[in-house]
Design a protein around this ligand. Sequence first.
Ligand SMILES: Nc1ncnc2c1ncn2[C@@H]1O[C@H](COP(=O)(O)OP(=O)(O)O)[C@@H](O)[C@H]1O
Ligand SMILES: [Mg+2]
Length: 383
Amino acid sequence: MSKRKILLVEDKETSLKLLKAVYEQDYEVLTARDGLEALEILFQHTVDLVISDVLMPNMDGYYLTYKIRNNPRLRDIPVIMYTATYVSMSEENIAKEMGASMYLRKPAPVKILLSVVEEILADPGKYPYTIPTRPEAAERMGQYSTKLITRLEQNNIELDEANERLRQLSAHLQITREEERKYLAREIHDQLGQMLTGLRMDIVWLKKKIESTDEAVVERFKKALGLLNDTKEAMRRISNDLHPALLGDLGLVAALELHGREFENRCGIKINFSASLDELNEMELGQDMTIGLFRVFQESLNNITKHAEAKEVNTLLKKENGNLVMSVHDNGKGFNVSEIKQKKTLGLISMQERALMMGGKCEIQSIPCEGTTVSLTVPIQLK
Ligand SMILES: Nc1ncnc2c1ncn2[C@@H]1O[C@H](COP(=O)(O)OP(=O)(O)O)[C@@H](O)[C@H]1O
Ligand SMILES: [Mg+2]
């Protein structure tokens, strides 16, 4: 005996695949993405049973059922509504009134999915259906779509609210983090700095007192002082990465330039820095803004060190229509921006979140084999 035919109507690719996997072994499975496609298939094939989602583009599941029940050739095909859109009892009643043989809630266990189909096909008479009439159906459809729109709007509002709360939370965490970093940077700089200065004085004092001509002793003193210098340098770098003190002392431009120069020395990639702020007094810029710009600059250069294989970097900071615009361009290997979005890495995302926090935007453009440009535009905020 040939397999019986089931038509699955579902717009979501994954749900459709799952359903198909459930029935494929015992039935011949046909698939459609919406009611219109389903009708076309029904006119071309002899189908034994339809399982349909409710909410679909072009023609939804209720209207499809209405069409089936009002067509003499299709009328007796059992239709199962399979949906997660609605879960209340009245929804089930609407489905029945619209001519469905049965209503199943998503996700139903595989056992149930298989057994209901088996039962209905064994004795379709046990599952009577109504034939919806036009006015009644139209009214039902009207109620249904109004409800649906309200529900969708409600979902949108809830989503927007949740998004906004997440934004606020992430902004709050960012600010706390910056405060902690600033505190740590100062502690390292002040406390450890003082201790190292003390240590240096002691070593110099000892060296004078001992005044040894023993080469090993002279050498050891030299080494100790060298190590001390390296330690101071490392400490300064760490403290500066945590929170650039220059930002508060000399302003944004100096802090960016110094960071750029250190990048050049460390990585051997040439960096050109240009800044034109017109008459804007950078010491008047708000701290959230200067630290935000600095962090995006830092992350852009980090990415260039880690990924770009670039020879040269061009950076620009300028004032434009009440905004500060910063761009960091490298001539490295570039990447495919849309592919990276799926990687769910945090560096690029955090740059964009930073920009949003400042009321601006951060665009990342990249062309494979040509290079990458990070452009940040933020409205100027003064202290
Ligand atoms: N300047 C760049 N040049 C080349 N590839 C880059 C550059 N910046 C980012 N990328 C690519 O984008 C990816 C995501 O970057 P990011 O979100 O900062 O994450 P991470 O640096 O931790 O990998 C990187 O893994 C890299 O493949
Ligand atoms: Mg990164």
